[in-house]
Design a protein around this ligand. Sequence first.
Ligand SMILES: C[S@@+](CC[C@H](N)C(=O)[O-])C[C@H]1O[C@@H](n2cnc3c(N)ncnc32)[C@H](O)[C@@H]1O
Length: 217
Amino acid sequence: MPKHPDSGFDRVAPFYDKLAKLIYGDALQKAQLFLLPFIPERSKVLVIGGGSGWLLEQLILTGKQLDILYVDAAPGMLERAKQRYKGITQPHSCQVTFRLGTEATLQPHEQFDTVITPFLLDLFLPQRLQQLMQKLTAALTPAGNWLFADFWPIKQPTPYWQKFLTWSMYTFFDAVSSVESSKLPDYGRHFQELGFKETSSQSFYNGFVQAKVFMRK
Ligand SMILES: C[S@@+](CC[C@H](N)C(=O)[O-])C[C@H]1O[C@@H](n2cnc3c(N)ncnc32)[C@H](O)[C@@H]1O
């Protein structure tokens, strides 16, 4: 049993990035890169579920002056992100705080101009996802951006190969990382219910992956 809540990705931390690259090439990274221009200069950014730190390095490479809180539930993932950060040699003006834990660790006074959920929201059953998204909504300033990247088939009905990939991922991550959900959430409904509208969007990997910017209506 994992010691920390939601820490099941600890078991895949040593090989998660290689596995994702093997299956998706650079599509998951391209989806996240699409989001970076939407981060304002000199702003506070929450990255939740960032994994081993690739995205953190990209945030720093933007050259923007960012105050970043990097939260991940898996000790192995967070440790990798810290090591990656230590390896960045170029001068930059970002301030980074690492935090082991989940959205539950966010305090009411912690407010962010940007919240990034990179391939995080697909992990949760609807009720838990609703609670998590409510918590992140509370942490986002009124004019803030929610930067989303995840598996979200754009074509309906969903092509068979996308159904197969979805099933394979949930079967694998249920077995090794105790992911409880077994189907992709209705992200659109959750954002709608929380009062968000989509302001930008792009699809990747033949429409299986989408990156989107949400703001309050
Ligand atoms: C599917 S991986 C994605 C990692 C990374 N964003 C990427 O795209 O390579 C999901 C990440 O979310 C983390 N995670 C899962 N539940 C979490 C939670 N409730 N709060 C914070 N991080 C969480 C996992 O430890 C893992 O690092």
